[in-house]
Design a protein around this ligand. Structure first.
Ligand SMILES: [Fe+2]
Length: 232
């Protein structure tokens, strides 16, 4: 269901962008550059977090969509002349732009992992890359867990590095600090306290274990597959 919503949203955006480029319509171009809230209601009943926590989390996600679009609108409207490192509205908004942008994208990737896991072990290309980097699945899980426990307010993201053709786990602080340039996120785990504290209190480790127990490796593999398809 959520996949369908995602595809529908992206196809509407693609159509708007195509039309905007064809007609040189700046209003349409602006519309195509804005994010829309996606519907994750089908994931409310999930094995990792309660409905209370899920609803609160969706509210935060919607706030990031709103903040991103507000920043983009404001940047369109204000002067690009009064700028500088220490003062300037345009400068400050530019400094914050990646916060709500990644806040939206990372949450959308994360919410898809709340689906009850069907494929409990990686296969094919994903299995090969995991084994190359961590020797086996246990090594990968251990690294995700250790990285997650190290997080303050941040994320653990498994990325595919297209230059080295390998996977790695990165700890992203806030939403935008520490993301490796050019790498593609294929597994995203929210480690902010808001992602677990209502249900797990301060027990970050149990939340991470529950998340990993339910991780559907088909979803992770599908993101790798999208990259392969893009290369064709
Ligand atoms: Fe979050």
């Amino acid at each position: 269901m959520t996949h369908k919503v995602k595809n529908k949203t992206s196809s509407i955006h693609q159509r708007i962008l195509k039309l905007a480029n064809k007609t040189k319509n700046t209003k349409l171009l602006k519309l195509a550059s804005r994010k829309e809230v996606k519907d994750f209601l089908d994931l409310r009943d999930n094995p990792i977090v309660s409905e209370e926590l899920f609803d609160a989390h969706i509210g935060l996600y919607e706030g990031y969509v709103k903040a991103l679009n507000s920043i983009l609108d404001r940047l369109d409207d204000i002067s690009k002349d009064k700028v500088g490192y220490s003062y300037g509205e345009y400068s400050e908004l530019k400094r914050r732009l990646a916060v709500p942008y990644n806040g939206v994208v990372l949450h959308e990737l994360y919410f898809m992992h709340l689906l009850p896991g069907k494929q409990k072990e990686p296969t094919g290309e994903l299995e090969k890359l995991i084994n190359q980097r961590w020797n086996n699945l246990e090594g990968y899980i251990k690294d995700v867990k250790s990285t997650g426990i190290s997080a303050g307010n941040g994320w653990v993201v498994t990325v595919y590095d297209p230059i080295l053709n390998q996977l790695d786990n990165y700890l992203i602080t806030e939403h935008h600090i520490g993301f490796p340039a050019g790498c593609i996120p294929i597994m995203v785990m929210d480690c902010w306290e808001h992602a677990f504290a209502i249900d797990y209190k301060t027990d970050r480790e149990t939340y991470i274990e529950k998340f990993l127990e339910n991780l559907d490796y088909d979803i992770v593999a599908s993101r790798l597959k999208e990259l392969e398809d893009d290369k064709v």
